[in-house]
Design a protein around this ligand. Structure first.
Ligand SMILES: CC(C)(COP(=O)(O)OP(=O)(O)OC[C@H]1O[C@@H](n2cnc3c(N)ncnc32)[C@H](O)[C@@H]1OP(=O)(O)O)[C@@H](O)C(=O)NCCC(=O)NCCS
Length: 380
């Protein structure tokens, strides 16, 4: 017997609960985001990206020795096969980092020692490996495309510090390291967002971790999802370059019925709790780096959009100016989102496979009535 519910599906599956999960809690009305029950504000204030990874993958906060072990494992996995470096070197000059990352992550499976294994332990190992490798790929490709040498990893550094070292060839200040670390914590997971759903759908066919993460990266790229942070900074750059008034610029966009990147959210009806931290980081980093204009422009846009459209800034709005003041190029913003979100994607893939069932919903058919006749081509 068919179990099809014939009521019309809400567009974009709004409000549909599509799975159970023990990873991420969101209360969109109260602006609450928590990983494994722990509020994101507490994690941003006290945790590290590595500890957050442990929390997401193992379901609890680590002891000191468990955390030390994860640090060691992540550091030990700071290796890219020469085949991946060749792939990065062979990418066309104009290839965008997000596209290169998607292709390189797919290729990582060729070199993964457990590529044929899909059990829980193998997937935890792959989560650790991919977390280290994705950061290295983003940094290495940026160096290669600029004609600069790839920087060797430093296994004594934190994930955030090593990423900045491999990107810029200089050890970051403790302020920059902590700022990126907090940004990585804030972006680590977000329940059943589009890229995580894509990862879970792929994993649920009993495909493999690399395929699931490749699907997720493809979904993250779009400007309605992770690509919004790049779009935000392009607007700030344009305002800065033309000497425009930020409010007038955004008014012009709304007059053309354009959406303002970095605003609005499907789930939050109040402030996105991640934006609360990123706003402060954007202000503080801008001040300390002598580039306060990005925050100031952002703040004016935020006040106007909030008053005019009742829309709140989301995670992507202030991450744009934050990343810029950390010296990260605009087309790396979305790849940097992936540097963090790999932790959440992997947690969801592991959870999906620990209690799997194929994800195969139905479509509400609105096409020509059945049976429509097949008309031979000469009679059409
Ligand atoms: C996040 C987002 C995709 C959520 O989309 P959604 O839940 O499908 O909401 P909708 O696109 O249906 O928007 C609902 C209404 O708010 C308006 N709206 C939503 N976000 C807007 C934005 N950023 N700028 C201007 N108007 C916006 C829509 O135009 C729509 O208005 P209407 O009802 O008059 O047509 C959407 O807010 C958006 O496109 N934001 C910009 C991209 C972005 O920042 N993405 C990152 C999300 S973390």
């Amino acid at each position: 017997m068919s179990s099809v519910n014939m009521s019309h599906a809400p567009k974009g599956l709004e409000g549909i609960v599509a799975t159970t999960s023990k990873i991420c809690f969101i209360d969109g009305d109260r602006g609450v985001l928590a990983y494994r029950g722990i509020d994101i504000h507490e994690l941003a204030d006290h945790s590290t990206f590595e500890e957050t990874c442990y929390l997401l993958w193992f379901g609890k906060l680590p002891t000191q020795s468990e955390l030390r072990q994860l640090h060691e494992q992540l550091a030990a996995e700071r290796i890219l096969d020469p085949g991946i470096i060749t792939l990065l070197r062979n990418a066309p000059r104009q290839a965008l980092p997000m596209d290169v990352l998607r292709t390189a992550v797919s290729a990582l499976s060729f070199y993964d020692p457990e590529d044929k294994k899909n059990d829980h332990d193998a997937n935890v190992h792959k989560a650790i490996r991919l977390t280290s490798q994705i950061a290295m790929i983003v940094a290495a490709y940026d160096r290669i495309r600029k004609g600069k040498p790839v920087v060797e990893p430093d296994r004594s550094l934190s994930h955030a510090a090593n990423f900045l070292l491999q990107l810029n060839a200089t050890r970051p200040s403790s302020t920059a390291e902590r700022a990126l670390d907090i940004a990585l914590i804030l972006h680590a997971d977000h329940e059943l967002n589009a890229s995580t759903f894509a990862a879970r759908v792929t994993a649920a066919t009993l495909s493999d971790m690399h395929s699931a993460i490749t699907s997720a990266i493809g979904a993250l790229k779009g400007p309605l999802h992770g690509g919004a942070n790049e779009a935000v900074f392009r607007i700030l750059e344009s305002i800065d370059g033309n000497g425009s008034d930020p409010v007038e610029y955004v008014k012009g966009m709304l007059a053309q019925k354009k959406k303002i990147p970095g605003f609005g959210h499907r789930v939050y009806h109040t402030e996105d709790p991640r934006a609360t931290h990123l706003r402060v980081m954007s202000r503080d980093l801008g001040q300390s780096n002598g580039q306060p204009q990005w925050y100031e422009m952002s703040r004016r846009i935020e006040e106007f959009v909030k008053a005019e459209k009742k829309l709140n800034a989301n995670v992507d709005f202030y991450s744009a100016s934050t990343y810029h003041t950390l010296g990260i190029d605009v087309d790396l913003f979305t790849p940097v989102f992936a540097v963090s979100r790999i932790s959440g994607w992997a947690a969801h893939v592991i959870e999906q496979l620990d209690d799997n069932r194929l994800i195969r919903p139905r479509a509400d058919y609105l096409g020509p009535e059945y049976p429509a006749r097949y008309v031979p081509i000469e009679q059409r």
